[in-house]
Design a protein around this ligand. Structure first.
Ligand SMILES: C[S@@+](CC[C@H](N)C(=O)[O-])C[C@H]1O[C@@H](n2cnc3c(N)ncnc32)[C@H](O)[C@@H]1O
Length: 402
């Protein structure tokens, strides 16, 4: 049975705050947008917890339910259909009590692995959002994620808390190596981490293959064992290749390393997977906005001299522009703006807000490097349209001209 980790809910730690902000700030515009598809929304918090921390702070269930309430109160759409499910193995009773103000929320006592397929079995054609925030890695079977993406839903999005350091540590155990880092706090702060003890056995190797969705992780551990890479590089390589693997089923996968203080090593990664470019772009802006807010907190409210991306890389506009030329010059035939921007962020990561890309594309259009076709072509007043965003009423296609 999974460790209960009772301490986790005593008070809300900065890690949980950061995770919840990433969820909440994304979920609000997501719900607002998704209601306009006129298809039902199914939200599942697969590792829901108690709903509320003992210090009174809201947990992920209350954060999501408040957002849904707010969206329903302000939407002009009538007959919006939203159903919500909250699964927890250990705290279903407390969760039920903490959610009593939300009678339309369904609480399920048990394991995510045993319940998720049943919940989703009659939700064909819906928009599905799964929030996956386990203690450890054990329940994260990649083949289940593949199954969710098989086209039965109108849309499907996953937000996964992946303990990639935990994975590497267990992978080392399975291949007979010891994992050590010069920064012992990487594991110290993770009170929620459930050490899924793997041993040097075929069974552990099989379990890790299931979680990773392949055995690509073995080569990473071999390099680590041979001293060709250190533990941090091993974690980064694993996260990169895990996202690559998820892309077999989800077209757009973003990876955000989470750290509390500037310069600190990431503790874990939030991974967002979707098949919709709009979802990917919304998450890019969310990651950059969150990152900006956290940077201010990390630097004691002082603006940093240089702009950094979520990987702590210094970025500047000239660099972004040269990456854009490299990417958009490949658009030899007409391509949708949202798709080409999402592919850009797959290549380079969420290095800047979408507005930076949109503004540079306008510059490329002006200097003749980029051809743009808009629908509608003109504004209400009959002037040529200049918009650089796509939605249900506006379409933009682009093509490199030279
Ligand atoms: C990290 S906590 C979730 C915290 C929650 N997202 C929040 O913000 O309040 C992980 C939760 O997963 C539950 N759990 C552990 N194994 C589980 C499983 N196999 N299926 C469902 N829940 C599980 C634990 O009881 C715990 O409440």
């Amino acid at each position: 049975m999974a460790k209960k980790n009772d301490d986790f809910f005593v008070e809300k730690k900065p890690w949980s705050e950061v995770k919840d902000q990433l969820l909440g700030c994304y979920f609000k515009p997501y719900v607002a947008k998704i209601l306009h598809t006129y298809k039902p929304l199914v939200y599942v918090d697969c590792f829901a917890g108690k709903g509320k921390f003992d210090d009174g702070n809201p947990g992920s269930p209350i954060i999501a339910l408040d957002i849904i309430d707010e969206c329903l109160a302000t939407t002009t759409m009538n007959r919006a259909q939203i159903s919500t499910f909250f699964i927890d193995l250990n705290y279903a009773n407390e969760l039920q009590g903490n959610l009593k103000n939300y009678p339309w929320a369904t609480v399920i006592s048990g394991k995510y692995e045993d319940n998720i397929e049943g919940i989703l079995s009659n939700k064909h054609g819906s928009n599905v959002f799964l929030y996956i925030d386990p203690y450890g890695i054990k329940a994260l079977q990649c083949s289940m994620f593949d199954g969710f993406a098989n086209g039965q839903f109108n849309s499907i999005e996953l937000l996964i808390n992946m303990n990639s350091f935990g994975f590497i540590r267990e992978a080392c155990h399975a291949l007979g190596a010891t994992f050590s880092l010069d920064d012992p706090t990487v594991f110290e702060d993770l009170v929620e981490y459930d050490p899924t003890k793997m041993t040097a056995s075929e069974k552990s190797i099989h379990d890790l293959n299931e979680i990773a969705g392949g055995d690509y992780w073995k080569a990473i551990i071999d390099d680590y064992k041979a001293g060709r890479i250190d533990g941090y590089q091993a974690e980064e390589l694993f996260a990169e290749q895990y996202c690559q693997r998820l892309r077999n089923s989800f077209q757009y996968v973003l990876n955000m390393p989470l750290r509390i203080r500037r310069g600190q090593r990431p503790k874990y990664r939030m991974i967002h997977a979707t098949n919709h470019p709009e979802g990917c772009l919304l998450m890019v802006d969310n990651i950059c906005n969150r990152w900006e807010a956290w940077q201010n907190v990390q630097s004691g409210g002082q603006m940093s001299l240089f702009q950094e991306d979520p990987n702590n890389q210094i970025i500047n506009e000239a660099d972004i522009e040269s990456k854009m030329v490299e990417h958009f010059s490949q658009c030899k035939s007409w391509t949708s703006l949202n798709e080409s921007m999402s592919v850009f962020f797959m290549k380079y990561g969420p290095i800047c807000k979408t507005k930076v890309i949109r503004d540079l594309l306008k510059k490329f259009e002006k200097d003749g490097r980029l051809l743009i076709a808009r629908n509608p072509k003109t504004t209400d007043k009959g002037k040529p349209a200049r918009f650089m965003e796509e939605n249900s009423k506006k379409k933009v296609s682009l093509r490199w001209s030279r």
